[in-house]
Design a protein around this ligand. Structure first.
Ligand code: ZN
Ligand code: ZN
Length: 712
């Protein structure tokens, strides 16, 4: 077709008969057979308008605006419809000036051309020009009114849109639908419902707008009530209606209703619609029925990127990260190109597996697809790198981003805080304010944890006060957890306890647990006992509270209390979470528990640790038996300490990686004070950086020091 079009422009060189045969071919390809009867005449330029018309629209459809224009210029007196087509083409390309110029050049303008210009202004984002145009129109029809109302709503000018809507002489159902939809997308839910109730007649689009609108505004239950009303009124749902209703079911885990809708989908034959399938997968995945989700996927042979992505996301949501990444791989094997959502979900799963190597692979895919700088993908990359212990890679992604939103800033601030780079987090916050990005509640969590992990009490107090008072950010339990943690770490246990008592709403158990943890660190039995009581009142089976209290008693030598707690835990069937650490080498995760002797390389690991014990002793290291937490003899305690799970993982890391490389170990509990001291020295002895992530943060051990500055 391109060749035919190209040849047509060279009409002067070719013999007329050949030109006509080419035109016939072109027209038949454009399926405009009716024009062909006009050929065979000598006066080509006069009678050729209809084929020009088709060719012009062909160029415009393919985005070849300049070719369309040069063809347009050749037409001796183009009609209104050709002008209108050209104007639409310019608007499509965002070339408003060209569109307007042509519009003013038009010898005669009809209502369609005015409407088209109006639409063009809105398409190019110029609302005031559109309003201007609308004012100038001598004649308006329902399309003109609906177009301007839609435009105003899209720009958030709801009041003006509303006024025009009521001024509109005759309103068709499309106009009513526009207004209902506009109210919803501008958060005016009650007005939307009221207007819907007032509608003189409704079609399926009206119902779909209400269902989708309610769901998107967090009122999924009502959305489903409207869906049922719709069915009771004998309206036949379309694929969009079904997808909206399923999304509502997914959001509130309404599994019974969702399964019923699934039945309806099968009955109405929509089960092979790709968007409906994707919604079904998401619905089952959200309701934790991942097997059903995967069977929907398997039954469907038409899988577009939306369907594939729904399953990747679904597996991730159910904690099945390995499966999610397998589906992601399968998708690429089937040559379905991932979009930003697929990449984001895959990166989340890499993060869930703490597998930075897999994350780097996804990063490469994003790079190849040119989606590396997409704001959502970049944000996920930052989270993936920082959570996997690679803060520098996270910062590199952040720095490269051309456009950043509040999520990008929050992700990097939280990342720096977790890695103990408190000052960096605060510097980034200053930059964020300078770039006029409004901070939100997550920014405050990041800042408080940055202050907490770096012992910056004064700054933390400042942020806490400022955000609550000046930025009017609602303080949640999470903020109080961070603030209590900060006060507690700095030894201000009384202030922390008073803060909890003065909370506007009742504290949840996490807030009390933060106080309990802090009082344990400061060996303050009184505060710890009060905090533990509050935790257990709210969360009777909280094993962390029992463990913390029992450890505190053990470290202060109160062995009778320890055995009381142990008995209570046993009686109530509360299990202590066993400590474990893991390290990933060449994509394989190696797990260790304290004193583990199950690893195939155990002999070598223990040899290495034994060698380190000697080296550490030379540096003056004395094990601190306070952290052994078992009622046993001192020598035995020392032995136990040397084989805490993180040390076994580090020992394995040392014998399985090249000299000088960084070792990254993850731990499911808080690192104990003795291991912390020992690892600092180990980093000095072996001349390597050792990164340990425990429950509260990342520790970067380098040349005998830790990035946390012993605050953790
Ligand atoms: Zn330890
Ligand atoms: Zn540390």
């Amino acid at each position: 077709m391109q060749i035919v079009g190209a040849k047509l422009r060279t009409t002067k060189i070719l013999p007329l008969s050949f030109q006509l045969s080419l035109l016939r071919t072109a027209c038949s390809l454009i399926s405009s057979n009716s024009y062909i009867c006009l050929f065979g005449t000598k006066n080509f330029s006069v009678l050729a308008t209809p084929p020009y018309n088709s060719l012009l629209s062909f160029h415009l459809r393919n985005g070849r605006i300049d070719e369309a224009r040069s063809l347009f210029n050749k037409i001796s007196s183009p009609g209104v419809n050709l002008y209108t087509m050209m104007i639409g083409g310019y608007a499509e390309k965002g070339r408003l000036d060209d569109a307007l110029k042509l519009f003013y050049e038009m010898p005669v303008k009809d209502l369609i051309s005015w409407n088209s210009m109006l639409k063009g202004c809105l398409k190019c984002g110029d609302l005031s020009m559109a309003c201007n145009m609308f004012e100038k129109m001598s004649e308006r029809n329902v399309v003109s009114w609906t177009t301007i109302i839609d435009g105003l709503l899209e720009f958030g000018r709801v009041e003006v849109a509303e006024r025009l809507f009521w001024e509109m002489p005759t309103k068709d159902v499309a106009a009513w639908n526009s207004m209902v939809h506009g109210f919803f997308s501008n958060g005016r839910i009650e007005d939307a419902i009221e207007l819907f109730e007032k509608m003189p007649s409704r079609n399926v689009i009206s119902w779909t707008s209400v269902i989708g609108g309610l769901d998107q505004n967090g009122r999924s239950f009502e959305a489903l009530v409207f869906f049922q009303k719709m069915l009771a009124s004998f309206f036949k749902p379309t694929s969009s209606t079904l997808a909206c209703a399923l999304t509502a079911c997914a959001n509130i885990c309404a599994s019974f209703m969702g399964v019923k809708i699934h039945g309806l989908i099968v009955k109405t034959g929509y089960c092979f619609d790709e968007y409906v399938s994707a919604s079904l997968i998401t619905f089952y995945a959200n309701c934790k029925l991942i097997e059903n989700a995967s069977s929907i996927f398997n039954d469907n042979t038409h899988r577009n990127v939306v369907v594939w992505t729904a399953l990747v996301t679904g597996y991730g949501l159910n904690g099945k990260h390995e499966d999610a990444l397998q589906v992601f791989k399968g998708m690429m094997r089937m040559c379905v190109l991932p979009n930003q959502s697929s990449l984001t979900s895959a990166l989340n799963s890499c993060c869930g597996l703490e597998a930075v190597d897999r994350g780097r692979e996804v990063h490469t895919v994003a790079h190849k697809l040119g989606l590396e700088n997409d704001i959502f993908v970049s944000n996920s990359l930052i989270v993936m790198y920082t959570k996997c212990g690679h803060i520098n890679d996270g910062i590199a992604v952040f720095t490269k981003m051309s456009r950043k939103n509040v999520v990008s800033w929050n992700s990097i601030i939280v990342g720096c805080a977790q890695h103990g780079f408190g000052m960096w987090a605060l510097t980034l916050f200053t930059q964020m304010i300078r770039m006029r990005v409004d901070p939100d509640e997550i920014t405050l969590v990041g800042l408080l944890s940055a202050c907490s992990h770096s012992g910056m009490l004064k700054k933390g107090r400042c942020f806490f006060k400022h955000f609550g008072k000046n930025l009017r950010i609602e303080m949640t339990n999470e903020h109080y957890v961070s603030m209590v943690d900060l006060l507690g770490r700095c030894g201000q246990l009384e202030e922390a306890e008073a803060l909890i008592h003065n909370m506007p709403s009742k504290a949840n158990y996490m807030v009390w647990l933060a106080l309990l943890s802090s009082s344990t660190n400061h060996s303050n039995v009184d505060v710890a006992e009060r905090a533990a009581k509050c935790v257990l009142d709210l969360q009777p089976n909280c094993s962390a509270a029992y463990t913390l209290l029992s450890n505190l008693y053990a470290s202060t030598g109160k062995w009778t209390e320890v055995s009381k707690i142990r008995k209570k835990m046993k009686d109530e069937g509360i299990l202590k979470q066993p400590g474990s650490s893991w390290i990933t080498i060449k994509g394989i995760k190696h797990d260790f528990v304290s004193g583990d002797r199950s690893h195939p390389l155990r002999r070598k690991i223990y040899q290495k640790l034994e060698w380190l014990r000697g080296k550490l002793k030379e540096l003056g290291y004395v094990p601190d038996p306070k952290f052994s937490l078992h009622d046993v003899e001192t020598e035995q305690k020392e032995e136990m300490l040397s084989y805490h799970s993180e040390r076994l993982a580090i020992g394995f890391g040392l014998i399985s990686t090249v000299e000088g490389s960084t070792i990254t170990v993850m731990k499911n509990l808080r690192i104990c004070g003795d291991c912390h001291n020992a690892i600092k020295l180990i980093s000095k002895v072996v001349g390597r950086e050792i990164v340990v992530r425990d429950t509260s943060r990342f520790h970067h051990f380098r040349s005998g020091m830790c990035s946390c500055g012993d605050y953790w």
